[in-house]
Design a protein around this ligand. Structure first.
Ligand SMILES: Cc1cc2nc3c(=O)[nH]c(=O)nc-3n(C[C@H](O)[C@H](O)[C@H](O)COP(=O)(O)OP(=O)(O)OC[C@H]3O[C@@H](n4cnc5c(N)ncnc54)[C@H](O)[C@@H]3O)c2cc1C
Length: 384
């Protein structure tokens, strides 16, 4: 049965409750739109309330304004090109590994299993590279972070702001050897939804890797080894159900629509994202994207400065102006509500297509009209 650890609509699946439970009786199960929610095994529960006490929704963590803002990218071209924005996450991770520490971040494992993993070497950092536009499963990583910290290791944890809040709550604060980097985040679909989409477009073909971005372009690539099995393109608007539902905010977890971290005050040492809306005065080419880097603490600023990044100082106001999620969470509208009502009955493909039926019809009419015109031009040209 679902438990009232916190208000169901606020639960972010940070998994602090799973990690803290002394009886190991809290487990995550799929709920609305395939999102994970904590369920408790009442037979094993000793009613210690540790899960309720650790939940960041019950005792919110302190948020702080950024010190300043940087636009920037990795100094090494190959790292810059293979990262999502400017490769800030990769640069910070390399710094911590080179200092003998470990890094926790999100990887895409076999069978489209998107989850946080622990990395302790340069080569495996490649697994973390790239945004996975889906909620990363946390499992028992917080316990592992705790034991690394206890062993005196430097630990860098990279994740969404709600995951950072969960970890801070679980640790009752932040020891000196823990570095926290959060992503600007506009919301997460569930892994189950992504798996459903992959099955819809590829049947049972084996997928070994997924990519969600190419430079600044939003596209979904499904690969088996180096072979591209499927490629969506957002230029083909409304045609890839998963990506478009994500971009338009139809498929987020319920808590994303009331996210307390979608604002300029932040939860970590450094916030990173895309530097959308850089002013015209910037004038420096950045063909493979640009990171927005917001140091929140002195410790974060120090991590930025000792990492391999080309940096340009900008203002926090400019960063906030260009990025909706540094101001407020995504607001629900009629279409979002419609999709969420249709999904349990029809599944992703048809729930999405019905939700955007008008837009799809309009596209079809444009194509037909264009086709007729082209045919006329060709005919006319032939007659002449
Ligand atoms: C779901 C989601 C929504 C986002 N929304 C926005 C937005 O609205 N505006 C914006 O400016 N930026 C957004 N971002 C952040 C942006 O896409 C880049 O991830 C960020 O700029 C880091 O890029 P990079 O080049 O520094 O990272 P890279 O060097 O490419 O490394 C990517 C890092 O992101 C982490 N990561 C990847 N996927 C996930 C995930 N699902 N959950 C937790 N951590 C993950 C990895 O651990 C890795 O450390 C979002 C990211 C995600 C995952």
């Amino acid at each position: 049965m679902p438990i009232q650890i916190c208000d169901y609509t606020l639960c972010t699946a940070c998994s602090a409750c799973v990690n803290i439970c002394p009886q190991q009786c809290v487990e995550m199960q799929a709920g609305e739109l395939g999102h994970l929610y904590p369920y408790i095994n009442k037979d094993k529960c000793v009613e210690c309330n540790a899960c309720m006490k650790v939940c960041p929704n019950n005792s919110p963590v302190v948020l702080k304004q950024p010190i300043t803002a940087f636009a920037g990218w990795h100094t090494v071209d190959v790292e810059y090109q293979s990262s999502t924005s400017g490769g800030a996450a990769t640069a910070f991770a390399q710094t911590i590994i080179s200092e003998g520490g470990v890094v926790y971040g999100c990887a895409c494992l076999d069978k489209i299993d998107i989850r946080h993993i622990r990395v302790d070497n340069f080569q495996d950092l490649n697994k973390l590279k790239g945004s996975k536009y889906v909620q990363s499963t946390m499992s028992e990583n917080f316990k592992s972070v705790k034991s690394d910290l206890k062993a005196g290791l430097k630990v860098l944890f990279i994740g969404t702001p709600c995951q950072i809040a969960g970890l801070k709550s679980f640790l009752h604060g932040q020891p000196d050897n823990l570095y926290l980097v959060d992503l600007i985040c506009h919301g997460v679909p569930s892994v189950k939804l992504l798996q459903e989409h992959v099955k819809n477009v590829l049947g049972h073909q084996k997928v070994t890797n997924i990519s969600f971005r190419s430079d600044s372009y939003l596209l979904l690539l499904l690969l088996c080894g180096d072979k591209i099995l499927y490629k969506s393109n957002l230029m083909q608007r409304y045609e890839d159900e998963y990506y478009n539902a994500f971009i338009d905010g139809y498929s987020y977890r319920e808590s994303c629509y009331r996210c307390p971290y979608a604002q300029s005050k932040r939860v970590s040492d450094v916030t990173i994202g895309d530097f959308w809306g850089l002013g015209d005065d910037f004038g420096i080419e950045h063909p493979h994207g640009c990171s927005c880097i917001l140091p929140i603490t002195e410790k974060g600023l120090n991590l930025i400065k000792r990492s391999d990044m080309i940096l340009y100082e900008r203002t926090v106001g400019e960063a906030v102006q260009g990025n909706d999620q540094l101001r407020a969470p995504k607001a629900k509208d009629k279409k979002i509500n419609r999709f969420r009502k249709l999904y349990p009955i029809l599944g992703l493909k048809y729930a999405y297509r019905i939700t955007v039926a008008r837009e799809l019809l309009f596209k079809l009419r444009c194509r037909l009209m264009l086709g007729t015109r082209l045919r006329k031009i060709i005919k006319f040209g032939k007659r002449e």
